[in-house]
Design a protein. Structure first.
Length: 135
């Protein structure tokens, strides 16, 4: 297993896009619940165009030009901050689950929080059904 900070660094260096990544790529970084939600988002987007996520989840932005990042440890050993554009910029909170039930038992990202909400709250539809609620 990789250290949590190393996992985040690898994800940013590879410029992972969960909206186009394969299932195996997603499961390297995200727990099953979040990976399945990204897969459902991909399927929804194939039918509908843009569904629930209309921004780059790593940078909390639609325009990535010139954006840098800095990874910071927190007092919580299962949470890291990523500052976009320096410490005066946007703060993204990555939550990890040490007791992940994934096959290799390595920690994975369980949620990502932004100033405007978190991914599990943003992606409100059931990952088994790619239709949005009330449609």
């Amino acid at each position: 297993c990789q250290e949590l900070k190393d996992l985040l660094e690898k994800m940013y260096q590879s410029n992972l896009n969960p909206l186009s990544a394969t299932e195996s790529e997603l499961k390297q970084y995200f727990d099953n619940k979040l990976a399945n939600k990204f897969i459902a988002e991909q399927k929804c987007a194939e039918k509908e165009g843009i569904c629930d996520i209309d921004f780059d989840i790593l940078y909390d932005s639609q325009d990535l030009e010139g954006l840098g990042y800095q990874i910071e440890e927190t007092k919580n050993p299962f949470e890291y901050f990523v500052w976009i554009g320096g410490q005066d910029g946007k703060r993204i909170v990555f939550s990890f689950d040490q007791l992940s039930k994934d096959s290799d038992s390595c920690p994975r990202i369980t949620n990502i929080s932004y100033s405007h909400g978190d991914l599990l709250g943003t992606m409100a539809f059931d990952p088994i059904d790619t239709q949005k609620p009330n449609q």
